[in-house]
Design a protein around this ligand. Structure first.
Ligand code: HEM
Ligand code: 2IO
Length: 401
């Protein structure tokens, strides 16, 4: 019988600062059972890696309940084997080569346009005035959607994100999430149906013209993958960008070094993703009884991988609680390859948009650094992060000259 811990991820203290709890979880309760939601939380780097690389034991079946009701059909993470490989390839086609070049140029335009009105104001909220708008616009470019509808899309996107990344929603909240999903369906289905096969380079057109086993996808299947990209490419962007600037502002020497050598931005982005990953949880469902660190996990139980805790495991990263853009990413005491941080996941379902996201973040951070000088936190601003599953700053008010 598992002893119920007094600690809960639903406590106010955890929600305020989960990072304070990670060492306790890793060392005292490496498989932590959260009774109220009947889930097992895994926090050691080696265990998270083991779970994510064994997809036969640790499946994504729980997404049928956690994602499918608002995604309206299966998302990429629910697929396995040949289907997963081929559909992932279709998505990759829309994000690489000439399409990558086209997207980066659109991202640049988006960033400049959104930042422009703030240039003479000396003040900007990097989350609410910039990041959220930039993220939705850029995802709409990937999908080939008309950006005139961005505000509407952003609002409905919040509803599906809430459903997938929450625990214990009320019936009213669930109803609202479903309503958002229905609005997105009503909006997107006619667009998906009107796109002419092989007429465009956007992801919807590419997916529509591709075949799996000689058969084209149905509109419903295309809708689910469209919603998958909408959520996956939008949700982490404003969070990562704000965390990057916050971490740099908290570490002025490192910020100076980045400003003097823009090649260091890549390191700063990678270190931000390790130090404070915007996607904190990756759930899996066990296909058979399994034991981790001596704890028996019953068949069909849901395991939640704690990415934030794994990324600060001292067995994988030296001095893990220090934000250090100079840490060698090869520096890994316990593992033979290299210590890859787990912000983009690991194994078969590793993020398909990872390299695009890194380029997008580098591009936009460079634009911000070139547009604003003497960036500081506004003195009236108090910093707060929010979210258990996805997590990031509520706002980040910067002043600059
Ligand atoms: C999967 C994080 C950006 C599309 C994932 C997973 C994580 C993640 C943790 C693994 C899920 C799992 O194993 O169940 C992030 C972060 C991002 C980011 C931190 C930005 C900083 C993007 C972008 C795209 C994208 C820009 C757009 C194309 C996807 C898709 C999957 C995925 C489609 C599912 C992959 C699969 O099941 O094979 N992402 N992501 N992500 N991500 Fe991202
Ligand atoms: C959409 C949770 C922001 C994904 C998800 C049901 C599947 C998958 C992830 C990421 C990030 C989002 N899981 N993206 O964790 O596609």
């Amino acid at each position: 019988m598992l002893q119920q811990s007094k600690i809960s991820i639903f406590s106010e203290a955890y929600s305020k600062d989960p990072y304070k709890f990670f060492s306790y979880f890793r060392t005292q309760e490496p498989v932590f059972y959260e009774e109220s939601i009947d889930c097992y939380f895994v926090s050691n780097y080696e265990d998270v890696k083991y779970v994510l690389e064994n997809e036969e034991i640790f499946t994504t079946k729980m997404l049928a309940k956690r994602a499918q009701p608002v995604m309206r059909d299966r998302v990429l993470a629910q697929m396995t084997g040949k289907e997963h490989k081929e559909k992932k390839k279709m998505i990759m086609k829309g994000l690489t080569g000439e399409n990558l070049k086209r997207l980066l140029s659109l991202f640049k335009q988006n960033a400049i346009e959104v930042l422009n009105p703030y240039l003479n104001r000396g003040k900007i909220d990097l989350v609410n005035d910039f990041g959220k708008i930039f993220a939705v616009q850029s995802t709409m470019d990937m999908l080939g959607l008309d950006k005139k509808d961005q505000e509407q899309i952003a609002e409905w996107h919040k509803g599906i994100a809430k459903f997938i990344t929450s625990f214990n929603l009320s019936d009213e909240e669930i109803e609202y999430c479903f309503w958002c999903s229905e609005q997105l369906e009503k909006y997107l289905l006619p667009i998906i149906e009107s796109k002419k096969d092989s007429s465009g380079n956007d992801l919807i057109s590419i997916l529509k013209s591709s075949e799996f086993n000689g058969i084209k996808m149905t509109s419903q299947e295309l809708l689910a993958l469209t919603l998958n990209i909408l959520l996956a490419a939008t949700e982490p962007v404003d969070k990562t960008l704000a965390l990057l600037f916050y971490n740099l502002l908290q570490n002025p020497k490192q910020f100076e070094d980045v400003k003097n050598n823009c090649k260091l931005l890549k390191n700063a982005i990678n270190e931000t993703l390790r130090f404070k990953p915007p996607v904190q949880f990756i759930p899996r469902q066990v296909s058979r009884e399994v034991t981790i660190k001596g704890v028996l996990i019953p068949k069909n139980a849901v395991i939640i991988n704690m990415i934030g805790a794994a990324n600060r495991d001292p067995k994988a990263f030296s001095n893990p609680d220090k934000f250090d853009i100079y840490r060698s990413f090869e520096d890994n005491k316990a593992f033979t390859s290299h210590s890859q941080n787990l912000a983009f996941g690991y194994g078969t379902h590793t993020c398909v948009g990872a390299s695009l996201a890194l380029m997008q973040l580098e591009l936009v951070a460079n634009i911000i650094l070139n547009s604003f000088k003497n960036i500081e936190l506004d003195e009236s601003f108090s910093y707060e992060e929010k979210g258990l599953y996805t997590r990031g700053p509520v706002s980040l008010v910067l002043k600059f000259t």
